[in-house]
Design a protein around this ligand. Structure first.
Ligand code: NAD
Length: 497
């Protein structure tokens, strides 16, 4: 059995902890590896190395840091197929989807190549008589990232390329369910010329996370995962005086207006609801059917859900792969049972799917519910599986209220041909990322990613300009040279004369 270790100070690191976790191939249901689960001593060792690497890395001119990024980008491109296959083998999503997610990660590296421009700061000559002032953004120190299973490359890449380009060192604690991609990225970054100790990967679960929260040498923590853990990270990191951004769960709605191009909406929804088996924080899990569109929408959706091509991720014909673990598969199926008991109408039932040759894999078929009500558990909670709920409403105002009343606020979209409706919607929706005739409105690298309400605890979104702000602290310097000094005592800033 393969053993996945940590990656510290430029090499594999075994650590003292004897604890391990199991990594599966979700398509076959077989265990593919054991992963080391770090103790707090193991985490502290990685931080020690990160502290040692910090001074020299943070003092490197941004241009030199950018050159390492350029090389890293090249190496990711060269090893794209290998990285994609690692994602498929441990997460289960289909190859094209895995490739797409790695592309989104690569785009953050491309953005980080422009770091000299982003760290330029501001200068004002003569803020007072003969007094100049300028602002610079300096690195925070050692930063840490804690990431979920559903994007083993992209979500870590929202964080570490930005943090490292800004001059910080970084400890990544990826999901223990699919950790191999992070280790491979760390090896490639080293090959690109990144000094040892600047980027470290520590595998583990709660003990490793708590060690991150409690380590005094970690200045900032970025988290992505479920809402209860996001809240825990946010509260405890803040208590320990760390800067923190903690992104949580979601329940994304798609509002379908009667005037929309229905085929366009249905095609968009298929990918948004069932892509990656619904294990996406930006998955559409609720369709809000407005007015008289509902019957034809449900009919068209049902036809497509019934013929979804489900299979292992490496099979080119597969449109949807397995779920991550047996436990998660059971949890999602249980939600479907609950929905039926609650009285929602199950139009397509994917619970009984049995794939020949893959009967031990964690597969299920797509499920479609109609007549889902606001009070139902399947509406209120994040299912994180291939289950789409249709809620019928009378008009636009009712749809908007539904979206805004939900506790989560990650993403939302609307399908309509009406400019007025879409403008009002994007203006009034209490949601961080809005799509207009775009089913999954994930911002590209040079914008920033983040939700509202209980989908994000903290102030800053990830990557893009917000990423630079999060991973740097602002310093403003005010200066005067001796020829500008006054001869009389002065009690105020010379802004008046
Ligand atoms: P999770 O919360 O179970 O795990 C996330 C991370 O926290 C992992 O690294 C895990 O090891 C760690 N962790 C788990 N339990 C912990 C505990 N009790 N104490 C400390 N650390 C703990 O999430 P997951 O199942 O890996 O991922 C799915 C969730 O992530 C979904 O809710 C999804 O919506 C969310 N997600 C959100 C975004 C976003 O941008 N908002 C993006 C991707 C995923």
């Amino acid at each position: 059995m393969d053993l996945i270790e940590h990656f510290v100070n430029g090499k594999k690191f075994s650590g003292d902890s004897k604890k391990t976790g199991k990594v599966f191939n979700p398509a076959t249901g077989e265990q593919s590896a054991e992963v080391k689960l770090a103790s707090s001593a193991d985490l502290n060792k990685a931080v020690e190395n990160s502290v040692n690497a910090l001074e020299s890395w943070s003092n490197k001119p941004p241009l030199q840091r950018a050159r390492v990024m350029f090389k890293f980008k090249e190496l990711i491109e060269k090893n794209f197929d290998e990285l994609t296959k690692i994602i498929v083998s441990e997460h289960g999503k289909v190859y094209e989807d895995a490739k797409g997610s790695l592309t989104r990660g690569l785009e953050i590296v491309e953005y980080a190549c422009g770091i000299p421009q982003m760290l330029k700061g501001e200068f004002t000559e003569n803020v007072g008589t003969n007094v100049d002032s300028w602002s610079v953004r300096q690195p925070l120190g050692v930063c840490a990232g804690i990431t979920p299973f559903n994007f083993p490359a992209m979500v870590p890449m929202w964080m570490f390329p930005m943090a490292i380009a800004c001059g910080n060192t970084f400890i990544l604690k990826p999901s223990e369910k699919d950790p191999s991609c992070s280790i491979r990225l760390a090896e490639l970054f080293l090959e690109a010329g990144l000094p040892e100790g600047v980027f470290n990967v520590i595998n583990g679960g709660k003990e490793a996370v708590d060690a991150i929260i409690n380590n005094k040498n970690i200045s900032a923590v970025s988290f992505v995962g479920s809402t209860p853990i996001a809240k825990y990270i946010y509260e405890n990191c803040a208590k320990n005086e760390k800067r923190v951004q903690a992104l949580g769960g979601a329940k994304n709605h798609c509002v379908v207006m009667p005037d929309c191009d229905l085929d366009q909406a249905v095609n968009g929804l298929m990918g948004a609801a069932y892509g990656s088996a619904g294990e996406r924080c930006m998955a559409q899990s609720v369709v809000v059917a407005v007015g008289n569109i509902a019957d034809s929408l449900v009919k068209k959706l049902a036809k497509k859900v019934e013929i979804l091509k489900i299979g292992p991720g490496l099979d080119k014909k597969s449109e949807m792969g397995p779920l991550i673990t047996k436990e998660h598969l059971d949890k999602v199926k249980n939600y479907v049972d609950i929905g039926v008991k609650e009285g929602a109408k199950l139009i397509v039932d994917g619970r009984k799917l049995n794939l020949q040759g893959f009967d031990k894999g964690f597969f299920m078929g797509g499920c479609l519910f109609d007549h889902v009500k606001k009070s139902m558990k399947i509406y209120k909670e994040e299912i994180f599986g291939p289950v789409l709920s249709v809620v019928r409403v009378k008009n636009f105002d009712e749809a908007l209220k539904l979206v805004n009343d939900h506790e989560f606020g990650n993403g939302v979209s609307i399908f309509t041909r009406d400019g007025d409706t879409s403008r009002t919607f994007s203006n009034k929706a209490k949601i961080g990322m809005v799509g207009i005739n775009i089913p999954i409105p994930v911002p590209v690298a040079f914008h920033s990613f983040g939700g509202w309400k209980r989908s994000l605890f903290g102030d800053q979104h990830m990557h893009g300009p917000e990423g630079v702000r999060f991973y740097t602290k602002l310093k403003t310097i005010t200066s005067r040279w001796p020829s500008g000094l006054r001869s009389d005592p002065e009690f105020t800033m010379p802004t008046m004369k």
